[in-house]
Design a protein around this ligand. Structure first.
Ligand SMILES: NC(=O)c1ccc[n+]([C@@H]2O[C@H](COP(=O)([O-])OP(=O)(O)OC[C@H]3O[C@@H](n4cnc5c(N)ncnc54)[C@H](OP(=O)(O)O)[C@@H]3O)[C@@H](O)[C@H]2O)c1
Length: 337
């Protein structure tokens, strides 16, 4: 449960507003209001990108106070104003967790316009609805808004400087999201989880198939387990947070270390693995080398950091291996238990 809000500018709104809903039993410990938005009571929460890796977990981990309306591409293409407005207004949300995004980093480099449509324009439409219905908007963003040249981790106060079209489009999405009053921008990185493709899963699949691995060793980040991030987002929603918040599993590593940990936890031994510099990786995208995210805001909000990434990785790898053992012929595009 969150502790009482410490941000002084938010406390008066909490005290002065009569909240027109019961804040008992299923509500978090404290109820707040941010501007016209109520926080802490029952709420309808629209989750965009609900079929994606993170969106599935946000839906699956919803707390009792949230009535979730999952929205997928079938409900509307968010880059179309009409479809986005119809889908979101139909959900009548008090909160929108916007997980939908164009996430193909190399695809964005080849076709920046698609990335802009999926990340900037779509977010503009989502933010328009949030502003219209006074819904609290959570926009999920990325370490790729940074250039990764800093020697120290990036905090919420660090100046963004994306290196590639994906990062540019996500930063443009941040700017669109921030136009909705009270919005929260959650930056995360290196996601892995049961409902999607990820670096970790690609490594494990390649190793199982007996392929030698060449892995970039000069790229550092914080691996983040999608179910942990989803729970973190719900906890954030139980605070009066606005603005940018960095949220990852604790600890950083390079990709070679992450791959080695995943293989070890999966009991895959004798795999041929070579570390290479990012400059040798075939691909059209210039990627940030050292975009480790750190948070100065979690403590201020009374929130615990997410658990260490190795613990989360252990849980993920155990679940995946279990599934492979139980159903050897399982479609590897769907490793969800
Ligand atoms: N994955 C990572 O390592 C990572 C790291 C940092 C930040 N993030 C951020 O975390 C968020 C979630 O990422 P994820 O990995 O869960 O992504 P994901 O698995 O690719 O899921 C994104 C979902 O959004 C949907 N979508 C895309 N464009 C849409 C549109 N125009 N209208 C409606 N739906 C649309 C996709 O549907 P289709 O499949 O039909 O396209 C997909 O279901 C994103 O904001 C991403 O930028 C991810």
């Amino acid at each position: 449960m969150p502790s009482a809000p410490r941000h002084p500018s938010l406390i008066p709104t909490f005290r002065s507003r009569a909240l027109p809903f019961p804040c008992v039993d299923i509500a978090p410990a404290t109820c707040y209001a941010v501007g016209d938005m109520r926080i802490g009571g029952p709420a309808t929460v629209a989750v965009t990108g609900a079929a994606g890796m993170l969106g599935q977990e946000v839906v699956a981990t919803a707390p009792g106070w949230a009535t979730v309306v999952p929205l997928t591409r079938v409900d509307g293409d968010l880059s179309s104003a009409d479809q986005a407005h119809a889908a979101l207004l139909g959900a009548a949300p008090g909160v929108i967790v916007h997980c939908a995004a164009y996430t193909d980093v190399d695809g964005a480099t080849r076709d920046p316009e698609q990335a802009w449509l999926g990340n900037a324009l779509a977010t503009r439409h989502v933010a328009e609805v949030a502003a219209l219905v006074h819904a609290r908007l959570v926009y999920v963003s990325t370490d790729y808004v940074f250039d990764g040249t800093a020697a120290t981790p990036y905090t919420e106060r660090s100046a963004p400087h994306p290196l590639n079209p994906y990062g540019e489009s996500k930063l443009a999405g941040e700017r669109e999201a921030s136009r909705a009053p009270g919005s929260v921008i959650v930056r995360t990185q290196w996601l892995f989880g049961p409902g999607g493709h990820s670096f970790v899963r690609a490594i494990l699949e390649a190793a199982r198939a007996g392929k030698p691995l060449r892995i970039v060793e000069d790229e550092r980040g914080c691996p983040t387990y999608a179910p942990d991030l989803a729970r973190g987002i719900w906890r954030l929603l139980e605070t009066p947070a606005t603005g940018v918040v960095h949220l990852t599993n604790a600890g950083a590593c390079n990709r070679l270390e992450l791959a080695a940990a995943a293989l070890e936890q999966a009991g895959l031994t004798g795999v041929e693995m070579t570390g290479i510099p990012g400059s040798e990786w075939p691909g059209p995208t210039v990627r940030p080398r050292n975009a480790v995210l750190a948070s100065e805001r979690l403590e201020e909000l009374g929130l615990q950091p997410l658990r260490p990434w190795r613990e989360a990785l252990r849980e993920y790898v155990a679940g995946l291996c279990d599934r492979w053992e139980r159903e050897p012929g399982v479609d590897e595009a769907d490793d969800r238990p």
